[in-house]
Design a protein around this ligand. Structure first.
Ligand code: UGA
Ligand code: MN
Length: 240
């Protein structure tokens, strides 16, 4: 199957370094289409230049985050919805496809992308450093997910955005499925998956969830002494 990798992104000092690292990872992934959705009104030269320099097939969209989502402190909602809507409009239904939400600041092993190609409906795997733990993972017994070792494990799907993938046919079987703009923070994954799936549908990958293939790393803001982020607009001329 082809892989659709949906990446929300937004301007901050670490945006281009983070996207550089992700682009370098994705350059090794075959049969993939990178859907980068910037939280902005207009395309930016810096992101466009980065995408054009990479060898990856991509689509660059912009979608400003909704006020509702921002008020609930949710990140990436409108961007991920724009990404799945793009797939609904452009995917050729006779082709097998899998989609995954790849945030711009996580760390991805190359093996992860090959694993997720196995997704028939919905697949799941451990995520390192997520939910305030060393690892958040589904509990697997006899090849079935029976629960979660995770923050708020009573959630139907106690999984970080980086810990699951879906077959694109799910988007056509559930044409209204999307991320909610007013869900409680940390419930966006479970509320999204509840629209299409039950726990019983989960296909555990990464050797029955015994391997960590993705980490919820986060990039520290660069230390620039007393220089404030808004005072480094001149950085932009280095990127375009
Ligand atoms: C955690 C989860 O891993 C995210 O998938 C989830 O969206 C997020 O919580 C949440 O609170 O909603 P975290 O590291 O806290 O992740 O979030 P970020 O990495 O800062 O943001 C998630 C994605 O949204 C990133 O790709 C980021 O570039 C993007 N984003 C963030 C925007 O597009 N706009 C923003 O204002 C902030
Ligand atoms: Mn993050």
């Amino acid at each position: 199957p082809i892989l659709y990798l949906i990446t929300p992104t937004y301007y901050r000092l670490s945006q281009i370094p983070d996207l550089t690292r992700l682009a370098n990872t994705l350059a090794h992934v075959k049969k993939a289409h990178w859907i980068v959705v910037e939280d902005a009104y207009h395309e930016s030269q810096r992101v466009l230049a980065l995408l054009n320099q990479s060898s990856i097939t991509y689509t660059y969209l912009t979608k400003r985050e909704s006020k509702k989502a921002r008020a609930s402190n949710l990140k990436g909602v409108s961007q991920r919805n724009a990404g799945i809507e793009w797939i609904r409009q452009h995917h050729i239904p006779t082709v097998d496809g899998v989609f995954y939400f790849a945030d711009d600041d996580n760390t991805y092993s190359l093996e992860l992308f090959e694993e997720m190609r196995k997704t028939r409906k919905v697949s799941i795997w451990p995520v390192g450093f997520a939910g305030g733990r060393a690892v958040e993972t589904p509990k697997v017994e006899n090849g079935k997910v029976v629960g979660f070792s995770a923050w708020s494990p009573e959630r139907e799907f106690a999984v970080d955005m980086a810990g699951f993938a879906l077959n694109v046919k799910v988007l056509f079987d559930h044409p209204n499925m999307k991320f909610s703009y007013n869900t409680e923070n940390s419930f966006q994954e479970t509320e999204f998956l509840q629209q299409c799936c039950t726990r019983d549908d989960l296909e555990p990958l990464a050797d029955e969830c015994t391997k960590i293939l993705v980490w919820h790393t986060r990039t520290e803001n660069p230390d620039m002494g007393f220089v404030k982020p808004q005072d480094v607009k001149h950085l932009m001329k280095f990127y375009a």
